[in-house]
Design a protein around this ligand. Structure first.
Ligand code: ARG
Length: 579
């Protein structure tokens, strides 16, 4: 069921346009720019008049005459040069609300061409602790995963672990340098492995021969040297375990834990195909594919590096082949830092030239950086990179400041409080991220992001808990839900706001933009506040009005919960606040 109000109005417009033999592409309504005049407006008469060289007002009047006969409209007027203004009858709005409240999907449409979407997000690297830069990919990726599933697509999320590049050779050579061999590798835990990587990184920055050695070991590892492979296996496994723990706290789910290494065999096949198609070229010891110059010349794609190893580019190209052949993907979405835009342009073009995934839609959703107050990438107080774990810790500390401890509230154990702290802290981090458009970076706001007021996750969580308590009280007072009737302006505004839900979620899906949902969730919660302050449930004029308002409140609560779910955020049943 598609209960999106714009859609219903569009259908009415469509019928009117058709009846008069007008081009129906102009039969579109939008939420009115002048809420004092109308609920919706259609400006189609103007564009149509231009096309047909006719008078727009006359066209508008003719359409208005037909629309007037529709019982669902309280008022139809043609204003100015030919704007059609439409005001809905309260009864119609009430009926739509009832249907929305009865529908598990709130009338949100499903994707017509359901298909398999692969989401490539997370992108963590072996031996490196997750830091704040990894936050966005996991958080945005998870939200897109939930949105895509909700509209009916099949989704496979793949973490695409960085486990095959030069950093692997760097760690192995560092261990050999310090221990003499790789024998002790199996005993190292994640902290020790990260420390090896840090040291290796410093060394390779200063010492060209160390770098060369790391490259050779990487090539050896890729070639199948059993000793390197065995040690690497351990590094990978320990890292994955640590990363999994982090993502669990963030509630980011990955169906596949494949890595760059899993594309090794397919990389070989890509090279063969490139050779067979005559696309591969030797260049300075490397094997490359030149890309079309077009209007924006791109550097060639490197298939095999001059040291004989596979690099970042071919790995991604080969992974496309696998996702097409093994997973049968119809769409692949990469949620990766926007500074990698050129990489994905190159990779997509190479895959296209090689005919690796015919008909598959590939998209790079590039996100901006998480910055500190100085506008530079977010750092710890002492200037280091902010680890994800530290960030979560920090956020929890902030939340603890505003909620009571277990001995201050009845019926709560310290564990209950901790659980609540975590739900709020993670909600605050995620909402702060998802309230920004993906492409723009944002400043990680350490003071206000976990507050219960303002455009924050906790504000929405609090709004939900408040409605929960309203519903409980209404129940205690014997109020039961009844059909929705619109009796005042605030109820009307509430209903019109709710009616946007279908459009909002579907747009978030089409544009792959969760901030459309976070924006709406925020304004919906605000509209609820005004509605509730003016339209009492407990002291309503009649039983039916009380029941109607209760149903509206319940509907807003259910929708807010659904929206938070789509953002990947939990909604605690009850919220606590320090007095
Ligand atoms: N591991 C990479 C990095 O840290 C990100 C991987 C993104 N995904 C991809 N398919 N390239 O930069």
């Amino acid at each position: 069921m598609n209960l999106s109000l714009d859609n219903l109005i569009n259908q009415k417009l469509f019928a009117a346009f058709q009846k008069l033999g007008f081009d129906t592409k102009y039969a579109v309504a939008k939420v009115s720019d002048r809420p004092d005049l109308s609920d919706f407006q259609c400006n189609g008469a103007l564009a149509l008049a231009k096309q047909e060289h006719k008078n727009p007002r006359e066209i508008g009047m003719a359409l208005g005459k037909i629309l007037e006969q529709d019982e669902d409209f309280a008022k139809v007027s043609v204003d100015g040069p030919g704007f059609i203004n439409l005001t809905l009858k309260d009864e119609f709005l009430g009926k739509i609300m009832d249907q929305t409240a009865e529908d598990k999907r709130f009338g949100i449409p499903e994707e017509e061409n359901k298909h398999l979407v692969v989401i490539d997000s997370g992108g963590p690297n072996v031996a490196k602790a997750l830091h704040v830069g990894h936050l966005r990919s996991a958080v945005i990726g998870e939200s897109i995963r939930r949105i895509e599933k909700f509209v009916g697509n099949e989704v496979i999320s793949d973490v695409h672990l960085g486990d095959w590049g030069t950093p692997m050779g760097m760690i192995l050579s560092e261990i050999i340098l310090q221990d003499g061999n790789l024998d002790k590798t199996q005993t190292y835990n994640i902290d020790e492995i990260s420390a090896f990587y840090k040291r290796a990184n410093l060394r390779c920055k200063e010492d060209e021969s160390a770098k060369e050695n790391a490259r050779l070991i990487t090539a050896g590892l890729q070639d199948g040297n059993p000793e390197y492979r065995k040690a690497w296996q351990h590094l990978r496994q320990v890292s994955v375990a640590a990363i999994k723990k982090n993502y669990e706290v963030l509630q980011a789910h990955f169906d596949l834990w494949l890595g760059e290494s899993d594309a090794h065999k397919a990389s070989g096949e890509v090279v063969e195909k490139a050779k067979a198609l005559g696309l591969a070229e030797k260049d300075d010891g490397a094997l490359i594919i030149r890309l079309d110059e077009g209007n924006k010349p791109k550097p060639p794609v490197i298939l095999i590096k001059s040291d004989g190893g596979f690099g970042y580019q071919i790995t991604d190209i080969a992974t496309i082949k696998m996702r097409y052949e093994d997973l049968k993907a119809k769409e692949i979405i990469y949620v990766v830092d926007k500074r990698q835009a050129l990489h994905f342009e190159q990779v997509f073009e190479a895959a296209e030239k090689l005919g690796l995934a015919p008909g598959v839609k590939m998209e790079h959703i590039g996100f901006g950086t998480v910055n500190g107050k100085d506008g530079k990438p977010f750092k710890t107080r002492d200037g280091g990179v902010m680890n994800l774990e530290d960030l979560i810790h920090l956020s929890k500390e902030k939340v603890r400041e505003s909620i009571p401890s277990a001995d201050e509230v009845e019926g709560y154990t310290p564990e209950d409080i901790e659980r609540l702290v975590e739900q709020i802290a993670i909600g605050a981090i995620k909402f702060q991220d998802l309230r920004n458009t993906i492409g723009s970076g944002y400043i990680f706001e350490l003071e206000d992001f976990a507050k219960f007021e303002g455009k924050t996750g906790p504000y929405i969580q609090y709004a939900i808990a408040r409605i929960n308590s309203i519903i409980r009280k209404a129940g205690e007072n014997g109020i039961v839900e009844s059909n929705i009737v619109i009796t005042n302006k605030e109820e009307r505004d509430m209903a019109l706001k709710i009616a946007q839900i279908g459009n909002v979620v579907f747009r978030a899906h089409l544009e792959k933009e969760p901030s459309i949902i976070s924006d709406y969730a925020y304004t919906l919660a605000q509209t609820f506040s005004s509605f509730y302050n003016s339209s009492s449930i407990m002291n309503a004029e009649s039983k039916t009005i009380a029941g109607s308002r209760l149903k509206l409140a319940r509907l807003v609560r259910d929708i807010l919960k659904q929206l938070l779910y789509l953002l990947g955020i939990e909604a605690p049943e009850v919220m606590l606040k320090k007095a």
